[in-house]
Design a protein around this ligand. Sequence first.
Ligand SMILES: Cc1ncc(C[n+]2csc(CCOP(=O)(O)OP(=O)(O)O)c2C)c(N)n1
Ligand SMILES: [Mg+2]
Length: 297
Amino acid sequence: MSLTDKKIKELELMANRIRKTSLELVTTAGSGHTAGPLGMADIFTALYFNTLKHDPKNPTWPERDRLILSNGHICPVRYATMYHAGYDITEEELKTLRQIGSRLEGHPNARRIPALETSSGPLGEGLSQACGFALAARMDNMDKNYHIWCLMSDGEHQEGMTWEAAMLAGKYKLKNLTAIVDRNNIQIDGVTEEIMPLEPLRSKYESFGWHVLEINAHDMQDIVNKLEEAKAIQEKPVFIIANTIPGKGVDFMENRFGWHGVPPGSGPEDAFPKDQQFDEALKQLQKREDEILSQME
Ligand SMILES: Cc1ncc(C[n+]2csc(CCOP(=O)(O)OP(=O)(O)O)c2C)c(N)n1
Ligand SMILES: [Mg+2]
């Protein structure tokens, strides 16, 4: 099913707003991750505003799709998306990210926020948890009623447990499971292919019994189409390689691992001094918003 141009533009606008909110969040906190949230904003938007079966006012609805965020450090984009989607998070609360006592911890805590399926932060655990959710749904005869989505990073494929889960999903043909990897080619202090090569990623998953799709993760139409395609695949779990640009939307952050874990105001100073980084980043996102709005007229 292809969405109307108008709906696609609305999603693009929302993704840009979510980028702005994510940046405001980490800047106010004075710490947190920037590259991952900006890179994954389009995917989060497509999921929460088009694909997921969910009800923000009833986050524990038994038939909701389960979204497991394995690479928990990119949670500013999840909090920002949930806020815009109408979950029980206020604008005031957003400003408390990473403060002692806040529900919005730097790595997501499911005990504090019922709408999260799992806590995460320690990398490499999410795919195993997602397999558990998928098997449980099958045992309850609910595997046709809701879908399990697992968001993962490329860096965390260096954790062996990820591959144990990949094997298990293949063996049990978990067709109600779709894993999406943020293939941004960076990790904390370098480029993944230099630190620990992952390629050929597609054929690795295929050989483990998965159906593999690839997304241009900044093309909203491509994203929504492939997410629908993933749900419709029968017999196999689906692995989506989401080709993202870390730091997407802010040119001096794009593809720079130096922006992995720092907010504007603490980032590399080659383009802008620390005290100008937030304003410059916001200016670029504002320009993009104006462009999208003019295309919608
Ligand atoms: C088990 C574990 N080891 C180390 C870390 C520290 N850590 C946090 S993020 C990160 C980088 C992982 O790469 P990736 O998730 O691809 O980062 P990104 O693309 O978001 O920059 C590391 C090593 C962790 N959270 N968990
Ligand atoms: Mg990465």
